[in-house]
Design a protein around this ligand. Sequence first.
Ligand SMILES: [Zn+2]
Length: 385
Amino acid sequence: MSHSPPTVPSFDHHPRTRIVFGVDSVDRAGELARELGMKRVLLVTDPGVVAAGHAGRVRDVLEKAGVATVLFDKVRENPTTSDVSVCLAAAKEYAIDGIVGLGGGSSMDTAKGCNFLLTNGGRMQDYWGVGKAKLPMLPLIAIPTTAGTGSECQSFALIADEATHQKMACGDPKAAARVALLDPALTISQPPRVAACTGLDAISHALETAVTKKRNALSLAYSREAWRLCQSSFPAVLQNGKDLEARAGMLLGAALAGLAIESSMLGAAHAAANPLTAHFKIVHGQAVGLMLPAVIRFNAADPATAALYDELGEPKSAGLAAKVESFLNLAGMPRSLGDCGVEESAIPALAAEAARQWTAGFNPRLITERDFARLFEAALAPRNV
Ligand SMILES: [Zn+2]
């Protein structure tokens, strides 16, 4: 029997990550590690997370359960191929049988990158793309201390090429964490600026995944719930960082947005943000948040995409872009690329690079280098809310 071209997008969603959520759920790390057969793990984190006391707590919980724990605390923001090499050397020194990633997206990315090379050999460039790892990887437990990337719920490691600054998305189902341990109490320690930047990233993930070409019925459910949680929790977190309920909303929202990315990928705001981070050192969440209103307005010229934005509960997509702008203002973010040190003369190079980003191809409306130049111009002198 023949069918007409499908108007209902099909999908094949295989959940790979067990999600354990709850205040003080971090105390289950030892038991969960044992269930995965871990006896000797590398705890991958950064110095800030160690200073906040989280690494010590996780190490204690693991060791109490009989899991020997080696601390690697040299994770840096936006990890590069050489950062992964340093982590790999530490992993090779001890005969580990599991990895625990603790911290923000950079800790997860470094942990995943290390896992690729430790188990499959070669260099990160070999895994740029999807599904390039042939051998099984070590079990990974991801414990986020920020609510942003959603890396704990997806199979991608974002590693920058040390030489070219090119951000490589290295994805493989085997790289996904076996357990995402979501403890809202751990995210209380985020400094306000980190909470603002990572929160804007989560919001951008929710809004970009809700409209991409690759979205499907299930990813849409994740995107919409992520947006619902983040839009109500973000202002509350900015107002009172100790608001545990709001922190919980952001952490769950960020994780659900991460699940949405797994199917939907991302869009033009991420494509535009990557060169801004690479060349002007603008923090990822800030760069994406800054570009997002212009991207929403650009995409909303396509009626089908505008309808999807409208379904997110804002009165018309203009309201959605304005809402993101109000979040940027609340977070005290600069509203102009000019305030971030970007000059007009940089726009042609930025636009060319943005158009080459992988995520640009998933944007719901076809977007060219020239369109990106217009978006950057709009972000250079944005309207005020
Ligand atoms: Zn992002």
